[in-house]
Design a protein around this ligand. Sequence first.
Ligand code: HEC
Length: 103
Amino acid sequence: MKIARYSAAMLATMLVAGNAQAVSLYVGQYKAGMVCAQCHGIRMPSADAPFPPLGGRDPEYLKTAIKQYRDKTRKSDIMNAIAGSLTDSEIADIAAYYGSVKP
Ligand code: HEC
């Protein structure tokens, strides 16, 4: 059972990697749920933590902020590390997804 679930995750990763062009809310939701939500939550930030909420924010603002973390023009040890490996299309997907979520 464990192996089957692992393959499904791999397949999802391949699908995600293959769909690099159009902004995809589905991809954004997948990535936000897997990574970002651990700290930022989806609708609300995780309890008792100083993480800014992202749901319902302006996607352009989110995109700019994430790229600034990636380029290290905005400093945050945590976010510099997390944003460092994101591609432009992943950033666009995640920003579009969070922008579409009602807080
Ligand atoms: C380990 C915890 C953690 C994870 C995981 C995480 N973040 Fe963050 N994030 C933070 C912290 C802490 C800050 C505040 C940093 C600062 O002071 O600039 C932050 C700030 C941000 C901001 C700036 C918000 C604002 O109001 O300006 C954005 C945008 C952001 N994160 C996006 C993301 C995205 C997208 C992901 C997933 C790819 C993610 N974060 C994953 C901890 C995390």
